[in-house]
Design a protein. Sequence first.
Length: 332
Amino acid sequence: MLGVLAVTLHQGPFALYPPTVMRWLSSALAWCLLTVASGSAAAPVNITIKARAQRAGDVLLLTVQTALAARAVTGQAFGTPIHFYQTQEPGTWQALVGVDVDVPPGDHGIEIAATSETGEEMRETRTLAIQARNSPARHLTLPEKYVNPPESVQERIRAESEQLKTIFSTVSAGRLWEGGFARPVPGRVISDFGKQSILNGQPRSVHSGVDLRAASGTPLKAPAAGRVILVKDLYFAGNSVIIDHGLGLYSHLAHLSRFRVKEGQLVERGEIVGYTGQSGRVQGPHLHWSVRLCNSRIDPIAVLWVLGNREPGQKRRAVARASGSAGGSERE
């Protein structure tokens, strides 16, 4: 092929060009032919990111589109695998990525790899500029047994902590939710996600969920479809229901007065799973709702925003912005 190319360039009108130009033309055309023959040009991968903010404690919705039909899409961010699911749109995959509340500010990379039906690998990367959350502290006065628990309950606390760690570290295959998430109770936020907790004047961990206003006995609804993985009275969280939504996404609903589901039960979005109360470490009746994604602690309100059910007054803009306090009395 290259021999034929050399002969052709030295015949007809090409013979009028100087030798230096002829050598350049020969090299350029040969390179083009070799590139086409080897198929070395990578197929493109298009990545779009939807987020309320690129900030510690927020969640990102990745949408990946490939020029070649992909049989699998994988990725990694913040040292954790990304679990993609295929959408109904041809050639389109999506995944949620949690930015844990303790992720330091700065640049962090996302790596995406897609494998085509014929085995060709396509790769792409993105850099996220993660911002600090900078949430204010919240000061609570609670019974001393919930701030400095006695030795008699330490073993129970350790066992429950290990149980929760195991649950939130488990990634169930397949997505169980469809569409957006919904608020489990209609009440407004009375204590925001990410605030530093000061209990009886002593610093403790950040608030890893949101507290929603709810009178005792308010019906509590599943925020999305999933499988009930835990129904139990926990020392700090009180009566709790944990729902596995699939692909490492969990909802933890705490401080209930009573249950209406059993472990292993499949629930639909909006199905009543229990009733709110004031069990565990609380100042009064309310709902504590926390969300974990592959063990990352993320703001449930960010999940509502990204998956379509925004808070009232929020505009649909995937930009970074600070969220203000919802006001009201703080609750544990």
